[in-house]
Ligand binder design. Structure first.
Ligand SMILES: CSC[C@H]1O[C@@H](n2cnc3c(O)ncnc32)[C@H](O)[C@@H]1O
Ligand SMILES: [Zn+2]
Length: 462
């Protein structure tokens, strides 16, 4: 049960003489889980939104006394919490969902995924796949994601069309890729991507993604990090996902991967590492010292048999850990509710400790810590006045959410992505009654099915 002292009923929103007009008044909210620093829960609560920004949060009485909404939603029977933040996605890969299961990482990548990508990935595929992923994520309560793939300028168009918020990482490898057949020109491409990135859309941020230290040379890692520093953007990489990759790299460079990257000068608060499954105590301490963020991807790690990242140790060391799904070819969905449920359970199994990774810690990873991992926590990750209105409502009027003692417990252990009934991104209502308002879902499904038929015909391993 949540700490009852978190359910405040006193007024902390100063009452205005004349109620102020806002664009949205969400009231009453049966359970308002703010995910703020104190993890306050208001029951019943209310939220007032003007434009793209939250202007007031608090008890129903306090907010209703001070604000009138041009539009209003009664959220009785609902939990409202911040939109979830998926810190590691390869959006376009949704078109490869289920194409290659039950394989270890290196065979999965080298025998199936890289060849399929070489044969099929182009700008059209990236647009369709990314749009499909954004629809899946938005419907499941994710309002921000951090991507890494090819043709990310085209991914930006899909993201804009869907209304979601995203960090878009242009993928870089030390060998030919679908959008860069000549790796010696990768630097020009990365610079061009950053220069041409849409500047007027505040929901989009650019990033560069060095695939991994086993596919990028030290020189590549260094110039990519240099460009990221110059442009103030996030540097992403896959790190220590499998034991064999760590053994190979340690043999090659005489140091474990985290120490190798730190000696290169890559590690700082602008670096986000996906996976970090095989990191030892010294490496955890080094990541924490450098304020590097980690994206924890439990379901992808389980499915590829990679292992379980030492997340409880990372949290104890003060690391910023967000949750991620990874791409649809290794998960095979983009459902952060599923990921929260997996994370909360996995670390209890691994440590034999039922206290490890509590519901509150896991929800924190999926919201405010995820936002911090992306360097976006001044705007998103919690429901607080001054932050962007990225909000989701989970309808609890179903048997699997009945009764409801503790909304944090329900969000992590019992709710499903299909329970999300309303989603706002930056004050815009993008999901109503569980239906997406920004994209023609039926048309998208037809187009993806046609693409999948073409991909299917070309598969030689089936
Ligand atoms: C530059 S990132 C895109 C690149 O990464 C590949 N990929 C997808 N999932 C994983 C993973 O779990 N580990 C390593 N590489 C992965 C993807 O297929 C693209 O080629
Ligand atoms: Zn990945």
């Amino acid at each position: 049960m949540s700490d009852p002292s978190r359910k405040r009923s006193h007024r902390d929103v100063p009452r205005a003489e004349v109620p102020q007009q806002v664009d949205w008044l969400l009231s009453p909210v049966e359970w308002l889980v703010t995910c703020d620093e104190a993890f306050r829960v208001w029951a019943p609560g209310a939220v007032a939104v003007r434009g793209d920004t939250i202007v007031a949060v608090g008890s129903r009485d306090a907010v209703e006394g001070s604000f009138r909404g041009r539009r209003r939603k009664d959220l009785s029977g609902c939990i409202v919490c911040p939109g979830l933040v998926n810190t590691h996605v390869h959006g376009a890969m949704s078109v490869f969902r289920g194409i290659a299961d039950d394989l270890p990482l290196q065979r999965w990548l080298k025998e199936i995924i890289f060849p399929i990508e070489a044969a099929h990935v182009n700008a059209d595929l990236v647009y369709l796949g990314t749009l499909l992923s954004t629809v899946e994520m938005i419907l499941g309560g994710t309002t921000t994601f951090c991507d890494g793939y090819f043709f990310e300028g085209t991914a930006a168009v899909a993201v804009r069309d869907s209304g979601i918020r995203a960090v878009l990482g242009q993928g870089i490898l030390g060998f030919p890729t679908p959008d860069q057949p000549d790796p010696s020109k990768a630097m020009d491409r990365a610079t061009a991507f950053l220069k041409s990135f849409p500047s007027g859309n505040h929901r989009l941020r650019p990033s560069l993604f060095c695939h991994a230290p086993y596919t990028c040379s030290p020189e590549t890692l260094l110039w990519v990090k240099g460009i990221c520093r110059e442009h103030g953007c996030l540097f992403q990489t896959h790190l220590s996902e499998t034991r064999s990759e760590v053994e190979d790299l340690t043999r090659k460079y005489g140091r474990r991967p985290v120490i190798f990257l730190d000696d290169l000068g890559i590690l700082d608060a602008g670096t986000l590492c996906a996976h970090a499954v095989w990191v030892d105590e010294e490496e955890i301490a080094r990541l924490a010292e450098r304020r590097v963020a980690v994206s924890h991807n439990p379901q992808s790690n389980m499915k590829l048999g990679a292992g379980a990242a030492p997340v409880p140790r990372m949290l104890e060391a003060g690391l910023t850990v967000g949750l991620g799904t990874d791409g649809c070819a290794s998960n095979n969905d983009l459902d952060l509710f599923g990921e929260m449920a997996a994370a909360a359970r996995l670390h209890k199994v691994v440590t034999g400790n039922p206290v490890a990774c509590s519901a509150q810690q896991v929800l924190r990873m999926a919201t405010r810590m995820g936002a911090r991992a992306l360097g976006w926590d001044s705007d998103i990750g919690s429901i607080e006045a001054g932050k962007k209105a990225d909000l989701i409502a989970v309808d609890c009027r179903s048997p699997h959410l009945t009764p409801l003692y503790d909304p944090v417990s329900h969000l992590v252990y019992a709710a499903r992505s299909s329970d999300v009934s309303l989603v706002w991104v930056g004050g815009d209502l993008v999901v109503e009654d569980g239906k997406i308002r920004t994209v023609d879902e039926e048309k998208l499904r037809r187009e993806v099915a046609a693409l999948a038929r073409r991909i299917s015909r070309s598969l030689t391993f089936r």
